[in-house]
Design a protein around this ligand. Structure first.
Ligand code: NAG
Ligand code: NAG
Ligand code: NAG
Length: 237
């Protein structure tokens, strides 16, 4: 009585074994084109490019919409804290003007910069034409709510001073006119024309900071063909 049972059990085990192995998908071999080719050196920047890069432009003093966009991109959580892990967030300028939330937005970026660093990520801020206009005293697009949030026009002017104002110092220290990501992608607020690109990133960033420090808002880098104003590529048909 025992023998047929054992025999039966063995058959069941064998059947299960074969069933299992036959339902296991065959090991996948990558298509030839995707096989790594060790002969070709893979640069560090390309190997790390699986890290997310999120870029966002003109936020224009609108905190609610800015947070909605950053949440949607998985960059901040519901408490407006960094949730982007090792991602890079590039803000391509024009945080200010046209709305009420100027202070809240610059403070948000300042906080996220620190939180991102702690999480292995990064926040990059690029000058827009509106940052440069405000630093240079061109206040055409500043709203009344914005003035009120600073405590009036005089207080606002003081805050934007690059030598002594809390916001001016922050922007001067944390913003650049252009940024190259992983050595292969250029970010700027406007288009990057060849005559500027050939100077290189460091030269352009130096020129912009030097001009701001010297209150030279008529410097060529801030003119129409420069990186904060140019639309030449966008207008190409
Ligand atoms: C965040 O807020 C959204 C909308 O209010 C909600 O649907 C979502 O569940 C919240 N997420 C967490 C983790 O609380
Ligand atoms: C968000 O950041 C604030 C200030 O750093 C902190 O007090 C708070 O606990 C954070 N919230 C979460 C969910 O981490
Ligand atoms: C601005 O750019 C310069 C040179 O391109 C770089 O050394 C500096 O770290 C940058 N500043 C910030 C805040 O990223």
């Amino acid at each position: 009585m025992l023998r047929p049972l054992i025999f039966f059990a063995i058959i069941v085990v064998v059947l299960i074994y074969y069933r299992d192995s036959s339902t296991t998908p065959p090991a996948r071999t990558p298509p030839p084109a995707l096989r790594p080719t060790p002969a070709v050196p893979v640069s560090e920047s390309l190997r790390t490019s699986h890290r997310r890069t999120v870029a966002v432009g003109d936020l224009h003093s609108d905190l609610a919409q800015a947070l909605a966009v950053l949440r949607m991109a998985g960059i901040v959580d519901n408490d407006s804290n960094w949730s982007g892990g090792s991602a890079t967030l590039v803000q391509t300028g024009d945080i200010v003007d046209r709305g009420p939330d100027t202070i809240a937005l610059y403070n948000l970026f300042d906080k996220l910069r620190t939180q991102a660093k702690e999480a292995g990520g990064e926040v990059v801020n690029v000058f827009g034409n509106h940052e440069v206009m405000n630093l240079g005293g061109d206040l055409r697009y500043v709203t009344e709510e914005d003035y009120a949030s600073f405590g009036g026009r005089q207080k606002r002017r003081e805050a934007w001073d690059v030598r002594s104002g809390w916001l001016g110092k922050q922007i001067f220290g944390q913003f650049n006119i252009t940024y190259v990501h992983h050595g292969h992608t250029v970010f700027s607020h406007g288009d990057m024309e060849a005559e500027w690109a050939q100077l290189g990133v460091e030269e352009m960033n130096d020129l912009a900071h030097e001009a701001i420090w010297n209150s030279n808002y008529r410097a060529p880098i801030f003119q129409g063909t420069g990186p904060i104003w140019s639309r030449s590529h966008a207008l190409l048909e």
